[in-house]
Design a protein around this ligand. Structure first.
Ligand code: ATP
Length: 430
């Protein structure tokens, strides 16, 4: 991993964003745990996605379906047959690679000869109930999408939506990746944020274009620099078995341009297959036009962990005397630090009162130890956008100093106006 990545990984560990899983046992390959600040950041990313997709759209409903599902679902979806990566082994050093990740016929590790490719299914298998036999085989879901498709009629009838409408879900997915790596970029357990949009055939291309633009704008609202985002269209060879058209939104990670989110036109493939395998009629009746059809689906499928890694990489800045995480203010795990200049002269009492008032609305952190300069640096390193300092002047003028993280500019603000001052600066973009 390159230098910047190494620095991000080390900051994540040191300040409690991300830890290696099972560390006291030597760790578990490609598994990670989110620490106190990481879990806050993750909640904010998920909440912002939920708000943008569900709460700000009248025609998108939420869902939380189970991880374990009927095994026939994965036959219908094509995962049992097609969710495979071509795997090659090095005859010399025995390392394994995804064939599409190596150039040529020689091992990228030792130059040894590689075997012919064979198919490797990425689904994790386990057993349901006490008997470990093939009739009890069950899969950990490799995507959240199928839970949406099999609930499409339940959601449609209970919410009284009409096409076009969408169903959104955030949840864990599992893939037995051959080559996980690049920190949390590719792991075997991860979280997805998916929205499936059900549409009349023929209106799919317009909807596809609409969601492409909406989704790239979402990353900009997340504070990601525009120049680090781009689309990549899948060529014919790259298209998944279900897709008519596919674009990835890519981010320029320290290790290169890589996928953050896939936007797919899945046609009526999924519902048609579930209709066939379940024997249930999954067509939609259009009451105005008095006709019936199987809806097309436009999918927006984002990785929560990858988004978080992109947020961290994009925010990381080293300046002359400090390291700063320049998160968009609405995303920061700690939004306001409350800092009494000294631990005496009645300043802590005033600071605690401010803390209580702000805590009702924001995530706040109280720090009264060390020099004020050091306290600011500690907050910069975890991306806290505002520091509120209570000093001797506060007692007379009823004002505090508000320091803004990026510019380091300080402004005196009336205590009575502090909440509205901060609220206008911490509000998430619409
Ligand atoms: P890749 O080609 O990188 O394996 P994919 O095209 O199979 O990814 P999708 O099936 O489109 O990925 O999954 C949608 C999103 O889920 C991805 O854009 C990514 O953000 C996330 N994702 C997929 N696999 C992983 C993984 N192993 N670890 C972390 N996130 C993942």
């Amino acid at each position: 991993m390159n230098d910047l990545m190494g620095k991000v990984v080390s900051l994540c560990k040191r300040r409690g964003f991300i830890f290696p899983s099972s560390e006291i046992y030597g760790g578990l390959n490609s598994c990670y745990d989110y620490g106190p600040l990481g879990v806050e950041l993750k909640h904010r990313v998920k909440n912002f996605w939920w708000r943008s997709m569900v709460q700000l759209h009248d025609n998108i409903e939420g869902l939380d379906s189970s991880i374990l599902m009927h095994p026939r679902i994965w036959e219908a979806s094509g995962h049992v047959e097609n969710f495979t990566d071509p795997l090659v082994d090095c005859k010399k050093c025995k390392n394994r690679f995804r064939q599409d990740h190596v150039d040529g016929k020689a091992c990228p590790e030792c130059g040894g000869e590689l075997t012919q490719a064979r198919k490797f299914n990425l689904m994790f298998k386990t057993f349901m109930g006490p008997l470990e036999d093939s009739t009890n085989t069950i899969y950990l879901r490799p995507e959240t999408a199928q839970g949406i498709y099999v609930n499409y009629q339940n959601v449609l009838s209970s919410s009284r939506q009409k096409i076009p409408f969408g169903i959104a879900q955030i949840g864990k997915a599992f893939r037995n990746e051959i080559t996980p790596g690049n920190f949390t970029f590719r792991t075997r357990e991860f979280e997805q944020m998916e929205m499936q949009y059900f549409i009349r055939p023929g209106q799919d291309e317009e909807a596809f274009e609409h969601w492409k633009q909406e989704r790239i704008r979402w990353y900009e609202k997340l504070g990601i620099r525009k120049e680090n985002l781009r689309f990549h269209e899948h060529g014919h060879d790259e298209l998944a078995h279900y897709a008519k058209r596919a674009f990835d939104i890519q981010y320029q990670f320290p290790f290169g341009w890589q996928e953050l989110e896939g936007i797919h036109n899945r046609t009526d493939f999924d519902l048609r297959r579930h209709q066939e395998y379940s024997g249930k009629n999954l067509s939609y009746f259009d009451e105005e036009k008095k006709d019936k059809y199987i809806p097309y689906i436009i999918e927006t499928s984002a990785g929560c962990d990858r988004t978080l890694l992109c947020v961290l990489c994009d925010a990381y800045v080293e300046e002359k005397e400090r390291t700063v995480l320049k998160f968009a203010p609405h995303l920061a795990p700690v939004q306001i630090a409350i800092l009494p200049l000294v631990k005496k002269d009645g300043l802590p009492e005033i600071a605690e009162k401010i803390l209580t008032d702000l805590r009702a609305h924001y995530s706040v952190f109280y720090d009264d130890s060390g020099s004020i300069g050091r306290r600011y640096r500690r907050q910069d390193e975890v991306g806290t956008p505002f520091g509120v300092t209570v000093d001797n002047e506060t007692k007379e003028s009823k004002t505090v100093t508000v320091r803004e993280r990026d510019s380091m500019k300080q402004e005196r603000v009336n205590v009575s106006e502090l909440l509205s001052y901060l609220a206008s600066r911490l509000a998430p973009p619409m």
